[in-house]
Design a protein around this ligand. Structure first.
Ligand SMILES: [Zn+2]
Length: 492
């Protein structure tokens, strides 16, 4: 999705997922930045921390989903020490992050980026607070012959500024202008540059007791197109300002204060759907909070909802299973299993889904010559053959193999050859409980044994389990899984 004036800060609503998933970055208290995705479901957002990226003291960060790549690469600018740097992330394949690439030096606080001007690949435009006072405006020439060169910084504004938000409206009389709101001495200062001009002008000052970097968007869902600003307050929580877009002289009106907690910066997104609801993520000293604004006429803010800090397991799915007897495809079953484990604080990151054409192993014989199967280290010859198929899976990553059936008939099996962690799920014996069986077998790979307690994930008889309730594991089982070599501790 190219830059839309409906988002500002370090959060973007991308094009993946039915409801447009969120992509989010914010500075990590341990250095570098945290990268989250928010899986937008019909009513809520499932946040998942993906990784920590980069190093060093990042004080401020901003992101858009640009229009390079197939879906749109993520483009990030960050203030790292005294430098302004650029990172970007591939939108397909391994989704690798690249950077940091130095843009300029002598900056501070929180920057802002848009990609909204003319041309197929419109330029990136960035505003960032300058050490020594005022702001710097830069753009990267993304035209065919531009060579991706960053312009010399243009200085404007005065005073010690700690954060800013840049907007390029695409409606009304302000179409094509550049608008910046920055924080200075507890107030918000609005600067503007008319379309076609290179001259920055002071517009107005408003707000009191502002303590962190604002987010500034053009909202276009609802009865009127408005400019919206959300900013942190020194007294805690956030303040929401609004202004009609179509009059140069309309005033900023304080609409609400909401929330609690000390925040350093905010991101603001207006949803493409959900009746124009808005989402805010506010950055704390450690971690971040999510707030949601309901539709007009009430525009009621709810929150804070703290972003979870999740441990991670990396899973690859390989499918031999062709049965159409069951309601759930392996892909959907894995996603349901993932959501069930999010509730206990573990994110199953699904890295790949591959179909394997192995007709001889579709009905997988688990029996070893000694007559033992699926316990301790008993791995049958056919299992050895199947687990050979790892195909670019990392050492500490787990493979789930979906077969048609097993001999003898089991729902799944979690023994695996040395250094090839994985498990088998059987289509014919798992039926609608398939998501539950995925988690049961994964539990084994992460070090869990069976329990005699009924109603628990690791009970070996599905008849003892109520499949309509949340996954039941004990605190001891959870801490054992978190100690597994296949589990990565949360870094954000
Ligand atoms: Zn078991």
């Amino acid at each position: 999705m190219p830059y839309s004036p409906k988002h500002s800060g370090a959060m973007a609503q991308g094009t993946s997922g039915q409801y447009g998933d969120f992509e989010l970055v914010f500075p990590c208290s341990k250095g570098g930045f945290c990268y989250y995705t928010g899986d937008n479901q019909q009513r809520d957002t499932r946040w998942m921390n993906q990784l920590c990226e980069g190093k060093g003291n990042i004080t401020g960060i901003a992101m858009i989903q640009g229009n390079y790549g197939t879906m749109g690469n993520l483009e990030v600018v960050a203030v790292k020490g005294k430098d302004l740097v650029h990172y970007w992330r591939e939108d397909t394949g391994e989704r690798k992050w690249h950077g940091p690439f130095l843009i300029t030096s002598g900056v501070q606080g929180v920057p802002s980026i848009v990609q909204a001007g003319a041309g197929v690949f419109a330029n990136f435009e960035v505003v960032v607070p300058r050490r020594g006072g005022g702001l710097l405006y830069l753009q990267r020439d993304n035209s065919r012959n531009g060579g991706f060169a960053w312009s010399q910084p243009q200085q404007f504004g005065v005073g010690n500024i700690s954060g800013c938000s840049l907007l390029r409206p695409n409606v009304g009389s302000l179409r094509g202008s550049l608008e910046v709101v920055a924080i200075h001495s507890g107030h918000l200062v609005h600067y503007k540059r008319e379309a076609g001009s290179t001259l920055w002008e002071y517009a107005t000052t408003f707000g009191n007791g502002i303590s962190g970097s604002p987010a500034f968007i053009q909202a276009s869902v609802g009865s009127k197109t408005m400019f919206e600003i959300v900013a942190p307050l020194a007294s805690g929580g956030l303040v929401h300002f609004r202004r009609l877009h179509n009059s140069r002289n309309s005033l900023w009106t304080q609409v609400a204060t909401f929330g609690e907690g000390k925040y350093s910066a905010v991101s603001l997104v207006q949803h493409n759907d959900r009746e124009g609801k808005m989402d805010v993520v506010a950055v704390k000293k450690k971690g971040a909070d999510h707030y949601i604004c309901g539709p007009e006429p009430d525009y009621e803010w709810t929150g804070p909802f703290e972003l979870p800090s999740l441990a991670r397991v990396r899973l690859h799915v390989k499918v031999l299973w062709t049965s159409t007897l069951y309601a759930l495809s392996p892909e959907i079953a894995v996603l349901i299993a993932r959501d069930m484990f999010l509730n206990i604080g573990i994110h199953i990151e699904v890295l790949s889904i591959e179909n394997l054409n192995l007709p001889d192993l579709m009905v997988l014989d688990l029996m070893t010559p000694s007559g033992n199967y699926c316990k301790e280290s008993y791995v049958s010859e056919e299992m050895e053959q199947l687990y050979e198929h790892r195909n670019n899976v990392g050492d500490d990553e787990i493979v789930a193999y979906f077969v048609d059936a097993t001999i003898p008939a089991l729902g799944g099996c979690a023994t695996y050859p040395r250094n090839k962690p994985g498990f088998v799920v059987s289509g014919s014996d798992s039926g609608s409980a398939i998501s539950y069986i995925i988690l049961h077998e994964l539990g084994h790979v992460l070090g869990l044994n069976h329990t005699k307690k009924t109603d628990r994930l690791m009970n070996d008889d599905l008849n003892n389990v109520n499949l309509n309730q949340d996954v039941m594991i004990s605190g001891m089982e959870l801490s054992k899984m978190l100690r597994s070599r296949y589990v990565t501790k949360p870094c954000c």
